[in-house]
Design a binder for this molecule. Structure first.
Ligand SMILES: [Zn+2]
Length: 245
């Protein structure tokens, strides 16, 4: 029958492993959630740019049509001007003014089209970068999701094994020891620690030599660190990885 000190050392080791597993798994779902938000955000940016590009295309189509209309109108006016149908100078001048107006409008539209061409090219460049950012986020998310699902199933077996080992230990451990251990666990995750070179390995304060002697002579008495309150056990009870599994 193992002593309470031995059992507490094993329990401390199992709980450390379980805590590590929780931490590992605990971070991943959070990371996945964060990446999902990032992906949504990047998709929104892509959609915004696509919309801006559609608008600019629509604008350019409209402007090109107007340009064509003005060109048609100008050639018609020129035909009228030189057809011999113009009755007087005033009418001729009026047509000339209209043609001038049309020409200045055409110049203005052509300038706007040239500017919008630059804007369009910039937007295409932006869209390309945004798409690659989006793909990058998507790949990252996929990777984390894969990790999470493989880790969950991997951990599942290990978790079950540790839980059953823990249960077996608790069944043998004195009830007051377990209660004290759990109480300390609420403020120190490592509630039971070994003595290393005469010091508490939880808070590194020195253990009085007399207490160290008592620990050796009274193997079934509970000793706690005066400084941090953790349960102490001799270093030779410390569990190495291969012993447990
Ligand atoms: Zn301590």
């Amino acid at each position: 029958m193992p002593t309470n000190v031995e059992l507490i050392a094993r329990l401390a080791h199992i709980d450390e492993k379980l805590d590590d597993m929780h931490e590992e798994l605990g971070e991943l779902p959070k990371q996945v959630k964060k990446l999902e938000d990032k992906l949504r955000q990047r998709r929104r940016l892509v959609e915004e740019t696509q919309k801006a590009l559609e608008e600019i295309e629509h604008y350019r189509t409209t402007m090109r049509l107007r340009l064509q209309e003005f060109a048609d109108k100008e050639s018609k006016l020129q035909q009228v001007q030189f057809s011999g149908q113009v009755r007087n100078n005033r009418e001729f001048d009026a047509i000339t003014k209209e043609i001038e107006f049309i020409r200045s409008e055409r110049t203005r539209i052509e300038q706007e089209l040239a500017q919008s061409e630059i804007k369009k090219e910039n937007l295409h460049g932006l869209l390309e970068r945004q798409m690659s950012d989006f793909e990058e986020a998507r790949a990252e998310l996929q990777q984390r999701e894969d990790e999470l699902s493989s880790l969950s199933s991997e951990q599942d077996n290990e978790f079950r094994a540790l839980q059953s080992e823990r249960k077996a230990i608790i069944e043998q451990l004195a009830a007051d020891w377990y209660a004290e251990y759990e109480r300390i666990r609420t403020y120190h995750a490592d509630a039971a620690v070994y003595v290393h070179k005469g010091s508490c390995s939880g808070c590194f304060s020195a253990i009085p030599p007399q207490v160290q002697v008592e620990m050796r002579n009274q193997p079934d008495r509970m000793f706690v660190c005066e400084h941090c309150g953790r349960i102490l056990y001799p270093e030779h009870y410390r569990i190495e990885e291969e012993e447990l599994m």
